[in-house]
Design a protein. Structure first.
Lengths: 201, 129
């Protein structure tokens, strides 16, 4: 739930990176953290397992400047992707304003993408949020694996699987190489801000 | 998205200052359950990263709340972490917001709990306006 602080003239917005395990959510935030190091005043917070997997969430606050005189503070979160952590995923979605769904282009991850998206819809419903109404961007990640002998799904197949009903913007990207990471972020920020335009005027 | 009027925020600051900082609380923060900071007052000697703290505190509170429900409790009435120099006390103001106090050994937990109960009542009134 975005919060407008009229006293400090600032807006706080929560964007969550959601998706199946090992899909590249944390890698997206790592890339953003490196790319915008000068604008990010604090360290990225990661609650990880000993095996370096996300246990609770990653958190990265980014200031993007002023709109209508308000400082816009974007708070980026990831959810833990592993199947067993659904209770935690639900908690991270509390008060979410915009979502990036990071799907994995690898053919063998097709089922995981579908299950994760289905579960996200259910989890949003527990917070009385509708996947068709919340600002949402899809990222088809790991295009850097192309040509490396790993079977990948085509963009058409990804669209058919995940975006046929949602019809939301999507980007084919590589979180590792940084391809379309910033574009994805810019898109979700602009969609989320547009959804708040009345309050910001 | 929601907002709170400047008058409400200023009144909350006054309550935090007069009822909590005055008894020796080092830092009092009001956050919402999404991890946004609504109010943040300290004694000028706290230098930690308050934005990350709010995100972690909201996550921590939500996790403990979910654990309470799993064992059949509505909520755990005391949510408190004791440190060598700094301790943290969490209280739920309403379904949307939490009050967090960071304090040292010079403040007793019992007295703090008494004061936070009063503060919560005051903030609920301000929030409801």
């Amino acid at each position: 739930m975005g919060f407008i602080n009229v006293k400090k003239k600032e807006v706080q917005i929560k964007i969550v990176y959601y998706g199946p395990g090992r899909g590249g959510k944390t890698t997206n935030l790592d890339y953003i953290n490196k790319k915008y190091k000068q604008r990010i005043k604090t360290e990225m917070v990661s609650i990880k397992t000993h095996g370096d997997r996300t246990l609770f969430f990653d958190f990265l606050p980014v200031d993007i400047g002023k709109i209508h005189g308000f400082d816009i503070k974007i708070q980026l979160y990831t959810v833990p992707g592993q199947v067993k952590y659904n209770a935690t995923r639900k908690l991270v979605l509390k008060g979410v304003d915009g979502i990036v769904f990071v799907a994995d282009l690898q053919k063998e991850r097709r089922d995981s993408n579908l299950k994760s998206l289905e579960q996200m819809k259910e989890n949003l419903l527990t917070h009385n949020k509708d996947v068709f109404k919340i600002p949402l961007v899809l990222q088809y990640n790991k295009i850097d694996l192309k040509g490396q002998g790993i079977p990948l799904l085509t963009v058409e197949e990804m669209e058919q699987d995940l975006n046929q009903e949602l019809k939301v913007p999507f980007f084919v990207g590589s979180a590792l190489a940084g391809d379309n990471v910033v574009e994805t972020l810019k898109k979700i920020i602009s969609m989320t801000l547009i959804s708040f335009r009345k309050e910001l005027q | 998205m929601y907002n709170v009027s400047q008058e409400q925020l200023e009144t909350i600051d006054v309550v935090l200052k007069e009822d909590l900082l005055s008894i020796g609380v080092h830092c009092a923060i009001i956050i919402d359950v999404a991890g946004n900071t609504i109010a943040h007052l300290d004694n000028g000697l706290c230098s930690f990263d308050a934005v990350s703290f709010a995100a972690l505190a909201a996550g921590n509170f939500a996790a403990v709340d979910a654990m309470a429900k799993l064992v059949g409790e509505q909520q755990f009435s005391l949510h408190f972490h004791r440190g060598e120099n700094e301790s943290i006390h969490f209280s739920k103001v309403n379904e949307d917001i939490l009050l967090i106090c960071i304090f040292g050994q010079d403040v007793s937990l019992g007295f703090l709990r008494l004061k936070t109960t009063e503060v919560i009542d005051k903030i609920r009134l301000i929030w409801g306006r």
